[in-house]
Design a protein around this ligand. Structure first.
Ligand SMILES: [Cu+2]
Length: 510
């Protein structure tokens, strides 16, 4: 379906209001429901799932260190909006079809409140998963100012729940960030970028069958899902009227599997100020920004002296990345900025010269290194099955870092696709990437490098929680485990991979 571009204004998700807030703690209630929402002028209203009646969900804004309690509630119908695949772990015929659990991506949080995939709950908490511990989650927000997001994380149906609309922003602010006089208020705009495909009637399309259908089963797991239409903040190719001044945009890739490589067609630079988990040492002028699923980047775009100009944000990342199909005019377009608003006030915001130190973690401080492979296998129906360390979700836990210890993980990608790897609880630094001999690894189970270590890309020189592990490379990351012990997960953030075994539990032990 061809939908006109730039005919709907960019929606800005509302800021969630707490039920209670005092100097000790803040309490929110968030209900998940099904409703209809207009995603494009020429499209019938689309049935979606959202939080508090909004897709994307309302933005949760907290202060670093604020004690926040959230009661996430499921008030969704009993029947899933999208085709559930009963052959996938956690989604078998004998469990309720509509299950939810919420993970705040990037949160430093106790494990009982992290949204463990088997801590799911149904409508009214009638049924709960085997790892469900509590109804009200507690967030200590021990992180620095950063752009986090919340989304569904239920075992075996995350791809469907997120695609249906269950995602929103969770922003942490702090005094240091405020001290820089960055563009703020209405000039600080979150942009969640996703891809979807629509049926003629405006409903969401998600493939029901893989290429080789399984006659006795209704299946929907596909190697990756790529939509043919791009949405920002839940609108198809929106436009935003801007003033001739600086804006801060928080870019989030919340697509199921699509990577975005973002550019502006004006050729102008964007000033990257923050990676996923905080401000960078100094802003970095870039012409493009690579965002694999779940990665974020905070940028300042300066529209000063561009009165009357229309600027298009574009994407040119192949799907699957890096060697899949090139984009077309639809998947290569994201949104438009129109510099049409008069300047309301003199723009006193700044692009700071220096923000905060980024001390590199010392490799010698690591007490353990782990070799973790990503492999491409096949299931009994002939469908691709990607595994981490050749293990499935239900295999015994093998990653058991000690509280307070530092580890280096060697992400050894033996598959042809790039995989965005996310580790819960902690933030990490990318040490390097290095080409290696995949065939030799498969034979000898040892790494033989074929090139020098490549430093992380400039846009990756900051605290992160999701990293692109490219094919034929070993990507090394370093992190310190804490401040909580308990059961967490690490996984590929391509949701079709995550839902089909490319996820593993890990436990932080004392
Ligand atoms: Cu993957």
């Amino acid at each position: 379906m061809m939908l006109s571009k730039f005919v709907d204004e960019l929606p800005i998700p509302p800021i969630l209001k707490p039920q209670w807030k005092d100097s000790v703690y803040t309490y929110y209630e968030v209900k998940m429901t099904e409703f209809k929402q207009s995603l494009h002028r020429d499209l019938n209203e689309t049935t979606v799932w959202g939080y508090e009646g909004s897709y994307p969900g309302p933005t949760i804004e907290v202060e670093s260190g604020e004690k926040v309690f959230i009661k996430w509630m499921n008030d969704l119908p009993d029947k899933h909006l999208l085709p559930v695949d009963y052959t996938v772990h956690g989604a078998h015929k004998d469990v309720q079809e509509v299950r939810t659990v919420v993970h705040v991506h990037g949160a430093c949080v106790e494990w009982e409140s992290d949204g463990y995939p088997e801590a799911w709950f149904t409508k009214g908490f009638e049924k709960v998963g085997p790892f469900f511990k509590k109804q009200v989650y507690q967030y200590d927000n021990c992180d620095r100012a950063s752009t986090l997001w919340y989304h569904d994380h239920t075992l075996g149906i995350t791809r469907l729940n997120v695609y249906a609309g269950l995602a929103g922003f969770y922003l942490i602010r702090d005094p240091l960030e405020r001290s820089f006089n960055l563009p703020s208020g209405k000039y600080d705009v979150p942009l969640v970028i996703q891809d979807k495909t629509f049926n003629q009637d405006g409903s969401l399309y998600y493939p029901k069958q893989p290429q080789k259908p399984v006659p006795e089963l209704e299946t929907s797991i596909v190697p990756e899902f790529f939509g043919d239409t791009i949405l920002v903040n839940g609108k198809v190719y929106p436009y935003l009227n801007v003033e001739p001044r600086k804006y801060r945009f928080r870019l989030l890739n919340a697509a199921n599997s699509r990577f975005f490589r973002i550019k502006l067609d004006s050729g102008q630079r964007m000033y990257l100020i923050a990676t996923e988990r905080g401000l960078m040492q100094q802003p970095l002028g870039v012409n493009e920004i690579m965002l694999s699923p779940a990665e974020r980047a905070d940028v300042i775009i300066d529209f000063t002296n561009l009165e009357g100009k229309h600027i298009i944000m574009t994407n040119d990342a192949p799907a699957p990345f890096p060697s899949g199909d090139p984009v077309n005019e639809h998947t290569g377009t994201v949104m438009q900025f129109r510099v049409t608003r008069p300047l309301a006030n003199v723009d006193t915001s700044v692009i700071p010269a220096y923000m905060m130190p980024y001390p590199l973690m010392n490799e010698q401080s690591a007490s353990k290194s782990r070799n973790l492979t990503f492999t491409d296998n096949m299931d009994r129906y002939g469908r691709p099955l990607m595994l981490l360390d050749n293990k499935q979700w239900d295999d015994p836990i093998t990653e058991n870092p000690k509280l307070g210890s530092t580890e280096i993980w060697y992400l050894i990608n033996l598959s042809p696709d790039s995989h965005p790897i996310h580790i819960h609880l902690i933030d990490f630094q990318v040490i390097d990437r290095r080409n290696f001999d995949v065939d030799r690894y498969n034979k000898e189970k040892s790494i033989h490098y074929t090139g020098p270590p490549l430093p992380p890309e400039p846009q990756e020189r900051g605290w992160k929680d999701t990293v692109r592990a490219d094919p034929n490379q070993v990507t090394r990351i370093i992190m310190k485990f804490g401040p909580f012990t308990g059961l967490y997960v690490w996984h590929c953030h391509m949701l079709e991979h995550e839902d089909y075994e490319m996820m593993r539990p890990f436990i932080v032990i004392r």
